[in-house]
Design a protein around this ligand. Structure first.
Ligand code: MSP
Length: 628
């Protein structure tokens, strides 16, 4: 059985759980669930980072001892993860006795091996980050993270001889191209390693900082935050000799946000090397959520509020949104409006609608029992083939933590299923007794699709997928190996599922930005609508409009004429992707000049959140065909 060991960062207990923490933890949970579904032996570690100045300071402000403060916030994190259904195997706290013992053990080992020395250090220190900043990193005399002035501090401290590992580390990263991924972060680290690496200060005098783990070889000092924190990853699975440690450590992958790239990509491999431990298999790095355009700051309450949306819209919808909206490794904007957009479009319309249609059709046209299939036509073999491809695409995407790609593939398949129902029209087949064999084939295919989705969606939408499996009477833990395009057996009872994801009527949430989105439109008389001339057009050529980020200049054919249309879709489509597409345009729109280019007509596109899709026709129609 393959082993899979995944960690999240351990979160500081100076802030309540918020969107940022939840994002990483949800990704880790979805990945752990996916690996369990594949049959791997999975261990998921999360927890809290509890020592250091910051925590001592907030505890003092609150008038409680640091440990009491940490107890409260650690419990908050555990509660948040339990409410979100996070399937972690251990919640580690840096105040756990086994962790303190392991940190001391490793410190002693490195001290004995001459890897640690006492030296003097002076530098610009940020109390927010609990670290010194180099001249190069300081922005306008301030900490680049907290935008607060730094304090010059000089003190005697213990240092880890990190500099001696520089060449080894560069070489190791070069020889393991997927060690740090996505690649942009690997490049960032290799870039950083072009400058000489400093030794790492690993202690603080107890006179300044009491709240930490004492150095075993000098009780006047405690370890400094990163040395303590990073070691949690080995404590968590029983370093040095608890059962399973060796096996798990050999397969460890870390998941972090880009803010803590350096400690993980530089300090940690050097520490591991010095301690005689293998370097992690992969460091997977994701981007940052922004709220309202700015970098999400820890002090801003809206990040906590954002996490509250799980209660308003449900865990599944929240999970889906964060996984689908953010390209792994890049930053993205978070908004309630975009979340509702995805909930309504992808979950209610696409998935919810399919599940409700499929189960209702089987209930109404086959008495709720799955009919036997007849001879498949190209439509069914097409579905079977698409399902095989979808599963392969999901597998490949999950290998790289590309959650967005995995979900996009599944949703392309769901789109295909909805089109299959539209085209095959089982309700019409039911009316003609000569077509009942065909009806059985179609309903059987819908049953197969429900079965497959009930399994493959499990890591992403645990609650909704369980409802689908429940409707099919699938008991026990789902297994990916069962997600073939074959079962369920003929005669299986399938219950109706309606309202898997009810559409959110945003008008019910007055005062929010999105209440504008569905303000009841004034009715349009059919005669007025008919005055708009909609036509199918073929894109013959496409190019960017110079100096514009948004505009593309399209040359389209309307059959008997060609014209230029300027469309604001450059952020969503590459010009080459549009050529040859049959799109829908408003042909009789008043001409307008955009960035100096005359546009004669308008391209139609739909959008939800940050996704935009150009309208196309799903059967071949000649360019110029009327749309009504
Ligand atoms: N305690 C250290 C980590 C030690 S790991 C050995 C720490 N804690 S933290 O509470 O600040 O958590 C940082 C992590 O929270 C980020 O790496 C990321 O996983 C998550 N996020 C916090 N804010 C975030 C966003 N705005 N967006 C996405 N994730 C972010 O650093």
């Amino acid at each position: 059985m393959p082993t899979f060991y995944l960690t999240t960062p351990i979160y500081y207990v100076n802030a309540r759980p918020h969107l940022g923490h939840a994002y990483t933890t949800i990704l880790a949970d979805a990945m752990a669930r996916y690996r369990r579904l594949r049959g791997d032996d999975v261990f998921l570690l999360t927890g809290t980072d509890e020592h250091g100045d910051n925590i001592a300071q907030v505890a003092a402000k609150a008038g409680v001892a640091p440990k009491a403060y940490a107890d409260e916030i650690a419990a908050d994190f555990q509660k948040a993860w339990d409410e979100l259904g996070i399937t972690y195997d251990r919640f580690i706290r840096t105040t756990d006795a086994d962790h303190e013992a392991v940190v001391q053990k490793i410190l002693q080992k490195l001290w004995d091996a001459g890897e640690i020395y006492l030296g003097k250090y002076g530098g610009q220190y940020c109390f927010g980050c609990e670290r010194f900043y180099t001249e190069k990193e300081i922005v306008d005399g301030k900490c680049p993270d907290h935008q607060r002035p730094l304090t010059y501090i000089e003190e005697e401290n213990y240092f880890f001889k990190m500099s001696k590992y520089q060449d080894w580390l560069v070489d190791y990263i070069r020889r393991n191209p997927d060690l740090i991924r996505p690649e942009r972060y690997r490049n960032e680290i290799l870039g950083f390693l072009r400058d000489p690496l400093q030794d790492l200060s690993i202690s603080r005098p107890r006179t300044r900082l009491e709240w930490g783990i004492p150095l075993p070889f000098d009780a006047k000092y405690v370890t400094y935050v990163w040395f303590d924190a990073l070691i949690n990853y080995v404590t968590g699975v029983g370093y040095p000799d608890r059962p399973g440690f060796k096996e798990r450590w050999g397969h460890v992958q870390h998941l972090i946000g880009k803010d803590i790239l350096k400690p993980h990509a530089i300090y940690w491999p050097c520490m591991l090397k010095a301690a005689g431990l293998d370097v992690f298999r992969h460091l997977n790095v994701h981007g940052y959520w922004r709220i309202g355009g700015g970098k999400m700051s820890k002090s801003v309450g809206n990040v906590v509020e954002a996490l509250g949306l799980t209660k308003k819209y449900g865990n599944d919808a929240f999970r889906y949104f964060v996984m689908r909206e953010m390209v792994f490794g890049l930053d993205a904007d978070f908004s309630e409006e975009a979340l509702v957009g995805r909930l309504n479009a992808d979950l209610a319309n696409d998935l919810g609608n399919f599940v409700s249609r499929a189960t209702t059709l089987i209930a109404n046209l086959a008495g709720g029992r799955l009919p036997a299939p007849g001879e498949p036509t190209a439509a069914e073999t097409g579905l079977a083939e698409a399902w095989r491809k979808t599963r392969a695409a999901v597998d490949a995407a999950m290998e790289e933590f590309a959650f967005q790609r995995a979900l996009t593939s599944i949703w392309e398949f769901i789109g295909m299923l909805n089109r299959y129902v539209d085209t095959e029209q089982p309700w019409a087949l039911a009316k003609d007794s000569a077509k009942h064999g065909r009806l059985g084939t179609v309903l059987n295919a819908l049953g197969r699709a429900l079965h497959g989705l009930g399994i493959v969606l499990a890591p992403f939408l645990p609650d909704a997928s369980a409802k689908i499996r429940g409707a099919l009477g699938m008991a026990g833990e789902p297994r990916l190996a069962d997600a073939e395009w074959g079962p369920p057996a003929t005669g299986t009872t399938i219950a109706k599922v309606s309202g898997l994801f009810p559409r959110v009527d945003v008008e019910k949430t007055p005062g929010t930005a999105e209440s504008k989105v569905t303000a009841e439109p004034a009715h349009v008389a059919i005669a007025d609508f008919r005055r708009t001339e909609l036509r199918v057009a073929e894109v013959v050529a496409a190019e960017a409009v110079p100096k514009s980020k948004k505009l593309l200049k399209l040359t389209v054919s309307l059959g008997d004429e060609q014209r230029t249309i300027v469309a604001g879709i450059a952020e969503h489509y590459a010009p080459a992707d549009l050529v040859g597409k049959k799109v829908v345009v408003v042909a009789n729109l008043e001409p307008a000049k955009l960035m100096g280019v005359e546009s004669r007509g308008m391209l139609l596109a739909g959008s939800a959140g940050t996704t935009l899709a150009v309208l196309t026709v799903d059967r071949d129609l000649p360019a110029g065909a009327k749309v009504s």
